[in-house]
Ligand binder design. Structure first.
Ligand SMILES: Nc1ncnc2c1ncn2[C@@H]1O[C@H](COP(=O)(O)OP(=O)(O)OP(=O)(O)O)[C@@H](O)[C@H]1O
Ligand SMILES: [Mg+2]
Length: 376
């Protein structure tokens, strides 16, 4: 908020006596005062000092008050200009009001009238500033409200989707228990094993979903450290090979061109890659056409970039699907997918300053390329 002692006033008059009277009267009240003896000088001072108020004589040599008023309003329309007029200046006075002078005072100058006119100009400046502050606050409030509404609606969507998925998983658990019981009843170990497999699958999916929810809800500050690339790839290999047991899908992990070390958030980045690899596994399992399925994973070092490459010859996807894969909750897997995976991968990779490039041919293959700036 503007403080009266910070209000600055430029006085423009060719008569030194008048400048002196005005200067003393206004400085007494506490305003900061600048002086000029003609319009041209006044405009120079105006540009360098940016006073809030200008008090100018209407008739002056070099550049008259009306011309000065026009130039000031063109330069900064928020400046309040007060005109000093003499007898018989009626025409000029009316013109100056047309160019938005706030008021005029007549010569000889009555200091009380001058003070009232200046006070009026200050009030106008203060209320304009208040209005600006209110508008800015209002804009902020509107922005916050719309962010909250977005948040609430995505929270609602999230709870809905998760509940739906949990319901599906509970059905799977019930199914598993049912198969185990019937195997036990018939004393048939194969059926029991089948039931246990179903239970294991359901538990695995519950675990993944909980991990995704945790990653989604975590306040994500990256914890980047320098890590050993081959060790990192080894951990991924172990996780994926465990998931591939009994599927017949081959996993080729190529570390021949990888850098010795990388600087990234190991936990988050691994989660991002595993999500993409999980999808590659699903895509191979969903593809009934090819006899052999292979998932390839490699990390390459280019000049100032790290490239992570994941390729599968699974079911692929059409262009419409490809456009939606990063949307939260988009899944083509029915109750078997949550649509969390790539949303999370994408946000982790973006946080690392990287980008994802996807190429896919329906029925043939999918290729994910992640490019990170290499800042080791
Ligand atoms: N390698 C791939 N091959 C074919 N389709 C893919 C591949 N990767 C992703 N998709 C498509 O992108 C969709 C979104 O993937 P995303 O990982 O986000 O969710 P999801 O796998 O369905 O569920 P989850 O939350 O369990 O990961 C998938 O449902 C699938 O349609
Ligand atoms: Mg997935």
């Amino acid at each position: 908020m503007i403080d009266r002692s910070q209000v600055s006033i430029l006085i423009v008059d060719d008569e030194e006596d008048i400048r002196d009277i005005l200067e003393i009267a206004l400085m007494d009240i506490g305003y900061v005062v600048f002086l000029a003896e003609n319009g041209e000088k006044a405009f120079e001072i105006f540009k360098s000092k940016q006073p809030d108020i200008v008090i100018t004589d209407i008739k002056m040599p070099v550049m008259n008050g009306i011309e000065l008023l026009r130039q000031i309003k063109r330069e900064n329309p928020a400046t309040e200009v007060l005109m000093i007029t003499g007898h018989g200046d009626m025409d000029l006075t009316i013109r100056s009001l047309k160019y938005e002078a706030i008021d005029f005072i007549t010569k000889p100058i009555n200091v009380d009238i001058l003070e009232i006119a200046v006070e009026k100009a200050v009030e106008k400046i203060i209320s304009r500033q208040k209005l600006l502050e209110y508008t800015q606050k209002l804009e902020l409030l509107i922005l916050e409200k719309s962010k909250m509404a977005d948040h609430l609606s995505s929270l609602g969507l999230m709870i809905g989707t998760i509940s739906h998925n949990i319901k599906g998983l509970l059905t799977n658990l019930d199914g598993g228990v049912y198969v185990v019981r019937s195997g036990l009843k018939k004393k048939d170990t194969n059926t029991v094993q089948e039931g246990v497999d179903l239970l294991e699958q359901a538990i695995e999916r519950i675990k993944k979903m909980i991990m995704d929810i945790l990653l989604y809800s975590k306040e994500r500050k990256l914890n980047r450290t320098v890590i050993d690339t081959r060790g990192f790839m080894g951990q991924i290999k172990q996780t994926i090979e465990l998931k591939l047991k009994g599927t017949g899908i081959a996993f080729h992990c190529n570390d021949t061109q990888c850098p010795e070390t990388m600087r990234l958030d190991e936990e988050f980045f691994m989660a991002a890659l595993i999500n993409i690899l999980d999808n590659a596994i699903d895509a191979c399992l969903a593809d009934g056409d090819k006899k052999e399925h292979v998932i390839r994973f490699e990390i390459l070092k280019k000049t100032d970039q790290l490239v992570f490459h994941i390729h599968d010859n699974g079911c692929g996807m059409d262009t419409q699907t490809k456009e939606k894969i990063f949307n939260l909750f988009f899944s083509s897997k029915g109750t078997k997918g949550t649509g969390f995976g790539l949303y999370i991968s994408n946000s982790i990779i973006k946080q690392h300053g990287g980008s994802i490039h996807v190429m896919s041919k329906k029925g043939k293959e999918t290729d994910f390329k992640i490019i990170l700036p290499d800042d080791t």
